[in-house]
Write a protein that binds this ligand. Structure first.
Ligand code: GAP
Length: 501
């Protein structure tokens, strides 16, 4: 897998992602999307919307407000329980997520196990049997024991929000600050991840608003509005794309974890008792969707949750192999009727659905699919990035799915004279209303090809002197670099066919 640093510098150089507020030395964990980044992001949104909304008769869209009634966040549990455990090192003054520190320590134990295995391989040569070795080596057994016990303690502590148990784990595992190297820690305390702001001019508790930490709650509180206005029968879904905000303690790793990000979520409302069947359906369906992007690099896997949130009866993540390892890309959650029943209790408005087929009223159960748009963007970028040597020259190319590329076709006159530029401009004017196009006549044709490769343009069209006579252009494929001479008369159909969807 490619180094994340390369992706970050490529993104900046070629106008995909810039650090936000850069001329003021940046604002941590916020990013701006540049001219090609915004196109790629919009194309990803369109592709998701197409497959979730337009291709499902029983899914409709919504665009709810970012600001919502503050009680919504009390009802959803975010005010009381959307917390991360936080700990400071008194010497370095660095702040960490306690669970992340503990997990990092467990990774170190795993690395020690791997070292022992390497030593064993060296010592026993061809007689080395890894399974027996792992079962009998005292050090490996000790580390495995520590990992297993600590994981169990960590999960139990997080589930019960038991900060004392986290303090104990940090001390038992002798965790040191990566910066100061000391174990001089403060007590672990909880930290709510929601940003708040004020409604109107008077700053007091009653005017406190939150920036939504997920788009899902906007869907839940509009459940009946949508169901009635769109005349939908259960099972049906509501999809939404929008900004979400979380005051992440550890916000690193480029656009993987940001404080302002976008989610693409879909809540699927089903009859109670049918939720696990639908959960399995969406779990498979979303995995197939990711795989159908056909990225050149990076695998996907499921991570089934063993410790479920109190409101869920099944949950998993789809993980992608980012340059920083396998990490969560999308969550699929069977959320029971927890959210609807909480909103019903807090708002004192009935949210039940009358099922005319079974002649009964019930609060539907919900299966949620939730993918971070920025994380998906990062997976597409990393999975498409390639460095190749062509004729002893290096080229960097983004082998993006053609239908996601910021620009579909670049129109490049071989020379900026002899009428080639006028011909190319006319062609550009003709094509630009049908496809995202780009015209460029500066620099050598080789340089122009390289620039288009670097932003992932699938097709380049060159106009040369022969074009003026035979009305044929050269079309170059980004991935194979093969060039074909084709007539301009059916060029649009050819481009359409190559860009696909
Ligand atoms: N409504 C459910 C929900 O919000 P989540 O697992 O907290 O679940 C869903 O978030 C997805 O949102 C994640 O799988 C991830 O892709 C994305 N996401 C969450 N926090 C993020 C952050 N700080 N920066 C970027 N993406 C984030």
């Amino acid at each position: 897998m490619i180094d994340l640093k390369k992706i970050i510098s490529h993104s900046k150089e070629y106008g995909f992602v810039f650090p936000s507020s850069e001329i003021y030395d940046g604002l941590s964990a916020t990013y701006d999307y540049g001219p090609f980044g915004v196109e790629l992001k919009n194309n990803i949104k369109k592709h998701w919307w197409q497959s979730m909304v337009y291709e499902h008769e029983n899914i409709v869209g919504l665009d709810s407000a970012i600001f919502m009634h503050p009680l919504i966040w009390k009802a959803s549990g975010h005010v009381d329980a959307f917390n991360d455990p936080l700990v400071d090192n008194k010497d370095s003054k660095k702040r960490y997520r306690a669970d992340a520190l503990i997990e990092d320590q467990l990774v170190k134990f795993q690395q020690k196990i791997n070292k022992e295995i390497k030593k064993g391989e060296k010592r026993f040569g061809s007689k080395f049997e890894i399974v027996t070795f792992q079962k009998t080596n005292a050090r490996i057994l000790k580390y495995n024991d520590k990992i297993k016990n600590s994981k169990e303690k960590l999960n139990a502590a997080l589930e019960k929000s038991d900060m004392n148990a986290l303090n104990e784990l940090i001390s038992d595992l002798e965790i040191r600050c990566p910066v100061s190297g000391t174990s001089n820690w403060t007590e672990v305390r909880t930290f709510n991840l929601m940003f708040d702001t004020q409604l109107g001019a008077v700053a007091d508790e009653s005017n406190k608003l939150y920036l939504r930490p997920e788009t899902a709650q906007g869907i839940f509180v509009n459940f009946l509005n949508v169901q009635k206005s769109a005349r939908k029968k259960i099972p049906f879904g509501i999809a939404q794309i929008g900004k979400a905000f979380r005051n992440e303690i550890v916000a690193r790793q480029f656009i993987f974890r940001m404080r302002e990000f976008e989610q693409m979520e879909m809540q699927f409302f089903v009859k109670p008792g049918q939720e696990i069947e639908w959960y399995q359906f969406w779990k498979q369906s979303r995995m197939e969707w990711h795989k159908s992007l056909n990225l050149c690099q990076g695998n996907y896997k499921f991570h089934d949750h063993s410790n479920l949130a109190h409101y869920a009866n099944a949950a998993c993540d789809i993980e992608y192999e980012f340059p920083i390892g396998f990490k969560e890309l999308e969550g699929i959650h069977s959320r029971t009727n927890y959210d609807l029943s909480q909103h019903q209790n807090y708002s004192k408005k009935k949210l039940s659905y009358f099922d005319s087929e079974s002649n009964e009223s019930y609060l539907p159960y919900v299966v949620e699919t939730s993918v971070g748009l920025d994380r998906l963007f990062l997976s597409v970028l990393c999975g498409s990035f390639a460095e190749e040597t062509v004729n002893n020259e290096k080229r960097t190319v983004l082998k993006l799915p053609n239908y996601l590329a910021p620009i579909s076709v670049a129109i490049l006159p071989l020379l900026k004279k002899d009428g080639l530029d006028d011909y190319a401009r006319n062609l550009f004017n003709d094509l630009k209303i049908k496809f995202p196009c780009h015209y460029e006549d500066k620099d050598s044709i080789g340089k122009r090809y390289r620039r288009q490769d670097a932003i992932g343009t699938p097709l380049c069209i060159t106009i040369d002197h022969d074009t003026l006579i035979d009305k044929k252009i050269t079309i170059r494929d980004r991935d194979t670099m093969l060039q074909e001479r084709v007539s301009i008369s059916n060029l649009s159909d050819l481009i359409k066919e190559r860009i696909g969807s």
